[in-house]
Structures are given as structure tokens and as C-alpha cells.
Design a protein around this ligand. Sequence first.
Ligand SMILES: Cc1cc2nc3c(=O)[nH]c(=O)nc-3n(C[C@H](O)[C@H](O)[C@H](O)COP(=O)(O)O)c2cc1C
Length: 375
Amino acid sequence: MKFEALFKPLQVGPYKLAHRVALAPLTRMRAERESFSPRPLNAEYYSQRATQGGLIIAEASPVLSHGRGNPATPGIYSEAQIAGWRKVTDAVHAKGGIIFLQLWHVGRVSHSSFHGGELPVSASAIAIKAEGMKAMTADGKISDYETPRALETDEVKGIVEAFRQGAKNALAAGFDGVEIHGANGYLLEQFLQSRSNQRTDQYGGSIENRARLLLEVTQAAIDVWGANRVGVRLSPHGIANDSGEPDPMPLYTHVVKAIDKLGLAYLHFIEPRSSGAGRADVHWENVPSAMVLFRPLYSGVLMTAGGFTGETANAAIADGHADIIAFGRIFISNPDLPRRLRHDYPITPYNRATFYGGEEKGYTDYPVYDELATA
Ligand SMILES: Cc1cc2nc3c(=O)[nH]c(=O)nc-3n(C[C@H](O)[C@H](O)[C@H](O)COP(=O)(O)O)c2cc1C
């Protein structure tokens, strides 16, 4: 076998992974458009990508309605959504797969049209204004970002409670664990980074204060699941959604060290070179590697994602930089990606035009290798 390190089993919390090729969390905007519940089509998509002992991280799912910022993204805050997700987890479990749900609040990466005219919320009243970045409205139109409303101190506890409830709902929906979305410029990262957080209460100012919400949310998930079935995702050095800590190392050193003490299932990075991967192919040279920078600070299972191929993924694991590689875009276009890597079969290229929204096209109609080979 060419990529031996990728196919070495690994214990993650209570779960025995048969290989290290994980499905990265991927927003696909194909949930039911009124109730934001997963549909049978979504169950089919996840089932296609499930393997015996393989890890799937299901797409970012808002823990409350005010945490939404995209049309047709599935939520995890209603009974109908729990029932929809139950069909997904059953389908994945039927194939022996392990599935975590990514818990989400978009914060300022939203628009008042999603919230009956109320402004999106954030750490501070600072709008996204990076060149070319536009908000999506609830009916799929493009708009400038509005200046969000800064959450009051006593409202921040409500955010922690919403994540706690989301974690409970994920348990009721049959997931095997949850991942806290602390990456890509969404609410928890808006609190982490000085660029979007200019608060003067216990959630702003010092690094300890800015990291407080992420750690309180993580603790709430731990209360529900136990630490060994909770993961956290971070994107140090990322620039998605107008994020970007001016000096990331002190902030992320603090966060990674604090998370290291918790005994989580895993810590999950997005490599800086792929920040913003949903919108464009970005492959930067000379950017720091998250796994290389932070591995020495983290003693648990480390997962990372960002432009990996079979070769580079296998090398990252063989060299000890990471334990699991999450694949996004090429797992979209290769539903049987673990098998293709195992046998070094050719990789089908992805079509960016069908990433977000729509039906089967570009979602459940990518063939497995055997179908290609006999076509
Ligand atoms: C269509 C699309 C949707 C994404 N949605 C999410 C998401 O819901 N949560 C998240 O943390 N990252 C999301 N990402 C980032 C991916 O999880 C992954 O980190 C990124 O695509 C880099 O991996 P890749 O080069 O293998 O695609 C998304 C990326 C793409 C392309």
C-alpha cells in the first residue's frame, strides 16, 4: 500500500478509527428550505462518504436561529432538525461510520434578513469590510455586510447555553460527538481575535478574556458529552470572513495550551494556506503550517485540513505532524476517497459551481471509482 501511515488505525476518544482519512465539515446548503432540517438527500450524501471505522464531521450547523447566516444550512435547534439528523446518523452508522456534528454560530457573518430585521450579533459592533466580501441575504441575494450589534455581557451566557443545548440535541440525533466551530471568522473566532473584539468586559481585552467564550462553550459541550467525544476547530493565521489576528502566536499558544488540558477527542486545524477554500483556490507559499507550529504544544489527537493530497497527507502523518487529515473538496468529488487513496486510484476533480445549494448535481452524483472504471 502506497499511503501506509494514512491507513494505520487510531483510537479517538472511545472510537477506533480504521484509517485517518476524515470528511471535513462542509457547508453544502441543501437542507430543507423552511425548517432547515436535513433531508433524505443529505442522508444519502453522508452515507456515500461513510466507511467502516471512518470519521465524518458533519457540516456546520447553527445552534440557534440567530446563529444562521446562509440559506438552507441545516440547524440543530428544533425537533424537526433532530429528526432529520437522526436519519443521517442512522445511515452513517449502518455503514460502520463515526459521525460528529460541527456546532456553529456565524455571528456577524450574517444579515438582518435572516433574523426578521434584527441585526446580526458579534463581540463588538464592527462590520466585515474586507475588499470584495459581501453578505448573502435570506433569499440568496448579495448585500453589503451590516454593522452587527455587540452582545451584552449577560447575553453571552445565552450563547454558551445555546451551544449546550445544541450539544444535547446532537446527542438526541444520534451523533457520536460534537466539534465546536472556533474557526473561519465566525462568532467564537470574532471573540478570540482583537480585530473583531474590542470589548471591555470579561470577554474582551486580554488574550485570557478573548479566549473565555470559546473555552466556556467547549466546557458546556464537555458537560453534555464528556471530553473525549468533543473536538474543537481553529484556524490560526486564517483570513476567512475578514478575520486575522495581527499577531496570532500569543493568542493561539494560549488557546492550544488551554485546550490541551481538557483531554478532548481531538483538536482540528485549518491550515492557513487554505483559509477561504470555499471561495477560491488559495495556495500560498511561505505561510506557517498550523500543524507544525502547534503540534509541540498539543499532546492529544491532532487533525488538520487544507489542500492535502494522498502524498502530503501520508507524509504529514508519517512525519508526526498530525494524526488525522480531514479532506474537504476532493472528498466532495470522490465519495469513495479512502478507497481511492488506499489503492492509489485517480482522483476526480471537483466542480466549485455546485459546492453550495442545489440538489443531486455535484452532491450525490459523483461516481465511485468502480463506476468510472466500467463506464
Ligand atoms: C464547500 C465548502 C464548505 C465548507 N464548509 C465548512 C464548514 O461548514 N465548517 C468548517 O469548519 N469548514 C468548512 N470548510 C472548510 C473545509 O472544512 C476545509 O478545511 C477546507 O476545504 C480545506 O480542505 P481541502 O483543501 O481538503 O478542501 C468548507 C470548505 C468548502 C470547500
